[in-house]
Every structure is written in structure tokens, then in C-alpha cells.
Design a protein around this ligand. Structure first.
Ligand code: NI
Length: 273
């Protein structure tokens, strides 16, 4: 099985704003405006088997066209004025469910959509999985800075050097860690993001930020603070806090970026989708 993804970028312009009928820069976004309104990204993931002749899983122009049709013929007329600050804001989950329902009405290909993602910003997105709709997944990004040293007492000095290289430096080194927290929620009201942020700050950031992981975090006294192990610990801490908070929903995954080139993701086996 293979998936094909297509993303469109657009400004949720007020409905009274006119725009050209064809995209002139779909890379940068269309419709586009110099008004300060939501600049959104909408991503559809299609799954199936490519046509043996064309090699196409689906016609990407058709997919793009349908997504843009939903934006221009439905979202902007119905919700565009929310971007124009008319006092009728809409929740991201509600908008995503609307897009999904519109897509279902217009999509004629036998290949099925497996995910629809609404990116509000680089740090915040919602994902709809049609299999579990109306369950939505919300992904919020956080950061912390910390020092660590990769070292195993059970290995020789040379083995440590060979295995961990510069990361074995006796006095440690630092990273600006970024991590994505994905939680699952039901309905279109949307999770209380402020509560989620407070929870993650208390459960993770206050315990790791500006710390030396090996020295300041008891868990890493014996466990090597690799990005893999950090991902598992962060997941466990949030899971416990989440369960105790009564926030509703469930923690799905934690993805920790040690650098923009290296990251580890942890999700519980029953959430392996
Ligand atoms: Ni490191």
C-alpha cells in the first residue's frame, strides 16, 4: 500500500474580498491577501494502489482542485468573515470536520483518504482520520533546552568513544530540543489548549528545561539520555499528567527532535496507526 499527499496553502480571506479564479502561486498560497487573516494549510493523504499504466494513485490535479473548490466555494463564503474579525470565530476542529464532509461529497476516486490535516501554524495542527472520525488528533509543539552526555558505565572508555563519538564528551553538550505532543479528542469543540500547555509545562518542561539530564533528572542517572529514551520518558510523564487531569481525550504520541535532522517518536502499541 502506498500513500500520496497533497497540501494546499490559502488565506481564509473575508468573503467580500475578490481574488483571481486561478492560482498564480499555489506554492506560496492562494487565495492570497495582505489582510491579517488566518493563513492555513490543508493536507489530504490518499491511500491505494497506483494505476499500472499511468503510475498515478490518483490524479493530483483533481485532488488539488477539490481542496481548492472547498476553500473557495464553501469555506470562504461560510467562514471567511471569521477571518475578517466579524466576531464569529470558528474552532479548528469544526472547520476540519466541515472540510472532511465537503470532501466526501466531491471525491469520486475509488482510492480513499486516510488523513486530512489542517495546519494552523508550524507549531499547531489537527488531523482527522476518517476511520475514527469524529475523533481528531491535535498536535502541539513545545521546546526545552538541556545538556546531556551519552555514556554507558558498562562499556570501556574506548567503546564509549567509538559508540557515541562527540556525544561522549565528559562534560556533556547541549541541545535545543523540540517536541510534538499529539492527543486525541472527540467532537468539534476543541481541547482547551491553554490547559494542555499548562499540563505539558508542569509535567515536562519544568523538569527538563535548562537541566543537565544525566545530573538533574533521576531517571537518567542509570538510563542513557538518548533522544529515544527522552521520547519515552516525556510520553510517560505526559500520559500520567493527562490521566490525572481529567482533560478528556487521550495521549497518542510524542515526537522529540534532538536536531532538525534527528528525532524519535514514541506511541503506545495500541496507538500504532
Ligand atoms: Ni547530544
Amino acid at each position: 500500500m502506498i500513500t500520496l499527499s497533497r497540501e494546499i496553502r490559502f488565506a481564509l480571506v473575508p468573503s467580500k474580498v475578490t481574488y483571481e479564479t486561478r492560482p498564480s502561486n499555489s506554492w506560496g498560497g492562494w487565495p492570497v491577501t495582505n489582510l491579517v487573516v488566518p493563513q492555513l494549510k490543508l493536507l489530504a493523504v490518499i491511500e491505494g494502489t497506483p494505476d499500472p499504466q499511468t503510475g498515478y494513485l490518483c490524479n493530483v490535479a483533481e485532488l488539488d482542485g477539490i481542496l481548492r473548490e472547498i476553500v473557495t466555494e464553501h469555506l470562504i463564503p461560510v467562514y471567511g468573515d471569521a477571518g475578517g474579525n466579524t466576531g464569529h470565530p470558528i474552532s479548528a476542529p469544526f472547520l476540519l470536520i466541515e472540510v472532511y464532509q465537503q470532501f466526501q461529497q466531491r471525491w469520486r476516486s475509488p482510492q480513499r483518504m486516510t488523513a486530512l490535516v489542517l495546519r494552523i501554524s508550524d507549531q499547531l495542527s489537527w488531523t482527522l482520520n476518517p476511520k475514527s472520525a469524529p475523533m481528531l488528533q491535535l498536535t502541539q509543539q513545545f521546546e526545552f533546552s538541556a545538556a546531556h552526555r551519552l555514556h554507558c558505565d558498562s562499556m570501556t572508555i574506548q567503546e564509549n568513544k567509538d559508540t557515541f563519538g562527540k556525544c561522549n564528551n565528559p562534560n556533556g553538550h547541549g541541545h535545543n530540543y523540540v517536541f510534538d505532543v499529539t492527543v486525541e479528542q472527540t467532537g468539534d469543540a476543541g481541547m482547551d489548549l491553554e490547559q494542555l500547555q499548562r499540563l505539558v509545562k508542569a509535567a515536562v518542561i519544568d523538569r527538563l528545561d535548562h537541566k543537565h539530564l544525566n545530573e538533574d533528572v533521576p531517571y537518567f542517572a542509570k538510563v542513557n539520555p538518548s533522544v529515544e529514551n527522552i521520547a519515552v520518558l516525556v510520553f510517560d510523564w505526559i500520559k500520567v499528567a493527562f490521566t490525572e487531569s481529567g482533560l478528556g481525550g487521550d495521549l497518542v504520541a510524542v515526537k522529540v527532535f534532538e536536531t532538525p535532522k534527528t528525532w524519535a517518536e514514541y506511541r503506545e502499541p495500541n496507538n500504532a496507526r
